[in-house]
Design a protein around this ligand. Sequence first.
Ligand code: NAD
Length: 309
Amino acid sequence: MYKIGIAGAGAMGGRIGVSIKEAGYDVTLIDHWEAHVNRINTYGMDIKTETENYTVDIPAILAQDVTTEFDLIIILTKAMHSEAMLKHLLAAGCIHEDTAIMSMMNGLGHEERLSQIVPLSQIYLAVTMWTAGLRGPGQLLLEGEGTIHLQRADGEMDSHTNSILQILNKAGLNAQISDNVFEAIWSKATLNSVVNPLCTILNKTIHEFGSYPHSAEMVKPIIDEIVAVAQAKSIELNSHDLLQKVEAAYPKETQGLHYPSMHQDYANGRLTEVDYLNGQIAAYGQAANIPTPRNTMLTQMIHQLETKL
Ligand code: NAD
């Protein structure tokens, strides 16, 4: 049976890992957070949903102790910790030449960074609309529904792609193979590049931000820069559709009542993923000679805030 490792088993890694485990697969959670790993191994993963509370028995291991060879490793660290995690797993003998490495993290450029460590043909990219929260070590909050779109990072199909699809769907995670996963990744990254830094800088929920009468004037130029940079990378995005996508997050019935994850990271004294959102757009823009003053400014403002952490 496929041996599956979830590298970075916080909120989202916990959700994906537990779902796959409940579907009967051999899954191990790999993490650096000792209290989390100990609690999961002692009491199981404690789960709260909209309607029930239950516990799932799932093995967890400290990253420093792992030596298992995996067939599939799903990376769900925060983006800035993914390369160190992958290097560590490679050095620990967890990755063989046919191990599939799937990034399900938010943000851009993961395939470029991870392929410095393992061949691009072993890397799969997934973008997910599932969400998850942590209530404490070993305690997940799982609400709502979601989807996953995935593709091998070099665009090729192989038997792993179908196996991963089957695993995720048996786990009820609504997965599909995409023929252009980059569009979905950039589209989600655009939403995150708008609401995450703005709500963090302004200390507002998504609804509070969207209620300001000039919010569209603030958002549109950020999106236009992203669309121009994407186009230079042969990824076709539509500004109008993206503005609609951002505005669809404003109502209280959708995501409006929430602070975005960047706000939560900052509020909890953790570094943010801004370098993989606005910062990555600015870097791609610079490489392609496309000005990105707004994305650059948002990146710098978030880094200014982070200096206070
Ligand atoms: P997370 O903060 O829950 O977990 C990330 C890492 O931080 C894990 O290794 C976790 O164990 C560790 N961690 C968390 N709290 C800690 C604490 N108090 N002390 C010590 N370590 C702690 O992050 P996440 O939300 O699971 O995000 C992982 C990736 O998934 C990111 O790229 C994120 O953007 C993406 N993502 C998250 C969601 C979501 O709803 N959470 C949805 C889609 C994509």
